[in-house]
Design a protein. Structure first.
Length: 175
C-alpha cells in the first residue's frame, strides 16, 4: 500500500515514465527526433501542489483547431511522427475542440497521438468519440482514490467529477 501510494506521487513521475518506457516502449519508430509536443490549452481547472500553473505567470489560452492544423501539418512535413498533446501547465480537456484536434492530428499524418490529463473533465467529452478519435494513449494523473487527499494534492474539490469521468471512459473502453 505504501509503495503504491509513493509511486502515485508526482515526485516519482520521472521514475514511472522511465520504467514505462523500458518495459512498454512506444511503437517504432520512436525517438526524440520523431516526437513533438503541441500544447492545445494553457488553462487548467486544478491547482496542483506540484505544478507551475498555480503561480499564474503564463498567458492563458486555448489553441483552435485551425491553429493546430497549421502547426501539425508543418511538424509532419518536418518528419515528426509522434504527437504528445500534454500541456506544460494546462489541461487539454478544457479545450472544447479536443476530439476534433486529435482527429486532425491523425489526418495531418501523425502515426501516434498521446495525451496526459488530470481526468477531471473527461466526462465533458463524448467517450465513444474520444476513444475513436485516433488517440493512441491517454495518461491520467491521479494522486489518490481518497477524496480528501485528492483535494489536497490537486488543490480543488474535483474527486467526484474525476471518478465520474474515469467511470465513463472505462465503461466505453470495455465495450
Amino acid at each position: 500500500s505504501i509503495l503504491i501510494r509513493l509511486t502515485n506521487s508526482p515526485v516519482f513521475l520521472p521514475v514511472r515514465k522511465l520504467v514505462r518506457n523500458m518495459f512498454f516502449p512506444l511503437p517504432a519508430p520512436h525517438s526524440l527526433k520523431a516526437t513533438v509536443l503541441i500544447e492545445i490549452s494553457s488553462i487548467c481547472n486544478a491547482r496542483c501542489i506540484f505544478c507551475n500553473y498555480r503561480f499564474g505567470y503564463r498567458t492563458r489560452s486555448l489553441r483552435s483547431k485551425e491553429q493546430f492544423q497549421k502547426i501539425a501539418t508543418a511538424c509532419v512535413a518536418k518528419g515528426y511522427q509522434i504527437l504528445n498533446l500534454t500541456s506544460v501547465g494546462g489541461e487539454n480537456t478544457l479545450n472544447p475542440e479536443l476530439i476534433e484536434i486529435i482527429s486532425a492530428a491523425k489526418e495531418a499524418g501523425f502515426k501516434y497521438v498521446a495525451s496526459y490529463t488530470n481526468g477531471i473533465l473527461l466526462h465533458r467529452h463524448d467517450p465513444v468519440k474520444l476513444l475513436t478519435s485516433g488517440i493512441d494513449e491517454i495518461a491520467i494523473s491521479f494522486p489518490s482514490f481518497e477524496p480528501e487527499l485528492f483535494k489536497t494534492i490537486f488543490g480543488i474539490d474535483g474527486f467526484n467529477d474525476f471518478a465520474r469521468s474515469i467511470g465513463q471512459l472505462l465503461t466505453e473502453h470495455s465495450r
